[in-house]
Design a protein around this ligand. Structure first.
Ligand code: DGY
Length: 323
């Protein structure tokens, strides 16, 4: 009998689903909107494996509803929606998609640095609104990126990919990440406080965990230079958004670029985050290229097939067993 695999979206790019369909019986969520937790539990119910997104909650309720489940493959690098301890207890392997999205996500972090620091977001809005009436020497003045010091909080795959790009722009680079001593770019390892105080651009590349939730709050923002730019392509919960808006309004922080927010998605046109002149917000597009999203689905599918075939998972979550 073919193993059964639940898939939480029907619109997955690439050939990953076809690869699974050759070897497994798929139950694919058919809704336009993502499945609610109870719907996902119903979908996964009698399946041996599940392919889900990083935004799908994998918790005790889901695992209780799926006694046959052996592997949950996330088509995402982030796994903050997974109850890892409970999955481990139940013997369910969880895999994610590191490596394949690092370069693509670093591109968006770089874009946010340029958009926010050079006021490009505000300039585009002005053009769209027909507001450019004459050239002014003091119009849309931003701050230079070349020669600025980039501080990376988290120096894993994405942080290092951004460091390589920043080196090409003539930025000086420093990082804070006790777990990554290796460096091929010439970045300086510094303490957290020194990084906050001395960086012109601060970019966040840590996963959302109990330790990093709210890592950048009012106190940390106050330690940054008033000319600093903060960029977050990691997870919204790492930054206190209320404190961020307050710092931008008070002028104690120059600018910010966010690809991620607390409580995504957000579609209220009156949302204060969408109207700050020195804040650029994107709809979580860090990994959104055709090739990278296809590679994420492909890796998730290959993780499922490896586990169902009795092999080690290719990319289990850090610190968890591969079989
Ligand atoms: C990730 O892979 O974690 C990205 O945020 C997309 O889900």
């Amino acid at each position: 009998m073919l193993p059964r695999v639940a898939v939480s979206r029907r619109d997955l790019p690439g050939a990953g689903l076809a690869q699974l369909a050759d070897r497994c019986r798929l139950t694919v969520w058919d809704g336009d909107a993502p499945p609610a937790p109870a719907q996902l539990a119903g979908l996964v119910g009698d399946c041996d494996a599940a392919l889900v997104l990083g935004t799908d909650r994998v918790d005790a309720a889901l695992l209780d509803a799926a006694p046959r489940l052996r592997v949950v493959a996330l088509a995402s690098m982030g796994y903050d929606a997974v109850d890892v301890a409970t999955a481990n207890d139940r013997g369910v392997l969880v895999t994610h998609t590191p490596h394949v999205l690092a370069e693509t996500t670093a591109d968006v972090a770089l874009a946010l640095i340029l958009l926010a620091r050079r006021r490009i977001g505000a300039a585009v809005d002005t053009m769209r609104g027909g507001g450019w009436t004459h050239f002014r020497m003091d119009g849309f003045l931003g701050l230079d990126v070349h020669g600025a010091t980039l501080g990376l909080i988290g120096y894993g795959q994405i942080g290092q990919a951004l460091a390589r790009r920043a080196a090409g722009l003539g930025m000086r680079i420093q990082h804070h990440d006790p777990s990554h001593a290796q460096d091929a770019v010439g970045s300086r390892a510094v303490g957290f406080d020194e990084l906050l105080r001395t960086s012109d651009v601060i970019s966040l590349h840590v996963p959302l965990t109990r330790r990093t939730a709210g890592l950048i709050g009012a106190a940390e923002l106050a330690r940054m230079k008033p000319t600093a730019t903060l960029v977050n392509t990691s997870r919204g919960g790492i930054v206190d958004e209320v404190a961020l808006v307050a710092a931008l309004r008070a002028g104690t922080l120059h600018s910010a670029g966010l690809d991620v927010m607390v409580d995504e998605p957000r579609a209220d046109p009156a949302d204060p985050l969408f109207h700050e002149p020195h804040l650029v917000v994107l709809p979580h597009i860090g990994s959104a290229t055709e090739a990278t999203r296809a590679a994420m689905v492909d890796l998730a599918a290959r993780n499922i097939l490896a586990v169902l075939d009795g092999h080690d998972a290719l990319t289990p979550l850090p610190g968890t067993p591969a079989r």
